[in-house]
Design a protein around this ligand. Structure first.
Ligand SMILES: [Cu+2]
Length: 131
C-alpha cells in the first residue's frame, strides 16, 4: 500500500464512523405495545408496533430475528413463554401468540432487521397480564 494514502484513509473511516449515527441508526426506531394490558391466559395475542421516531410512521416488513417474553419485571426472569408469530394485523404491527399463565408484568424482548438500516433494532416492551 502507498504510504501516503494510509493516514487519509484512516481519517476518512473515522469521519464516516462518527457522522453515520447522526443520519440513521437503530435508535431511530422504537417498539411500542399495541395494547399493554392483556387478560392472562393461554393463546393470547401480544402485538407491538414498530415506529420510525423521525416520522412517527409505522415500519412494515421488518424481519423479526429474535423474540423472548419472560416475567423479569416481577423478578421471575426464568418464567418464559413461547412466542409464535401471527400474520401482521396491519402494516408495522408484529403480533405473536403466547401463553401468559400468570398475572403480572411480562417483558418482551425483540430484535429486528429494518430495510435500509444496517444496525439491528431492539426493543423491550412490558405487558401487564390481568385477571
Ligand atoms: Cu410469574
Amino acid at each position: 500500500m502507498n504510504h501516503k494514502l494510509v493516514l487519509p484513509c484512516a481519517a476518512l473511516a473515522v469521519a464516516i464512523g462518527l457522522t453515520m449515527p447522526a443520519f440513521a441508526g437503530a435508535s431511530d426506531y422504537a417498539f411500542q405495545p399495541v395494547k399493554a394490558e392483556i387478560k392472562k391466559g393461554d393463546d393470547v395475542t401480544v402485538a407491538v408496533r414498530l415506529v420510525d421516531k423521525r416520522t412517527n410512521k409505522p415500519v412494515p416488513d421488518a424481519v423479526i430475528i429474535q423474540t423472548r417474553i419472560d416475567m423479569s419485571p416481577d423478578a421471575m426472569g426464568e418464567m418464559t413463554s413461547p412466542l409464535t408469530p401471527l400474520p401482521s394485523p396491519e402494516p408495522g404491527v408484529y403480533a405473536f401468540k403466547t401463553d401468559l399463565a400468570m398475572q403480572g408484568r411480562w417483558l418482551m424482548s425483540i430484535a429486528a432487521k429494518v430495510q435500509g438500516e444496517p444496525e439491528t433494532v431492539v426493543g423491550k416492551i412490558t405487558f401487564r397480564a390481568t385477571r
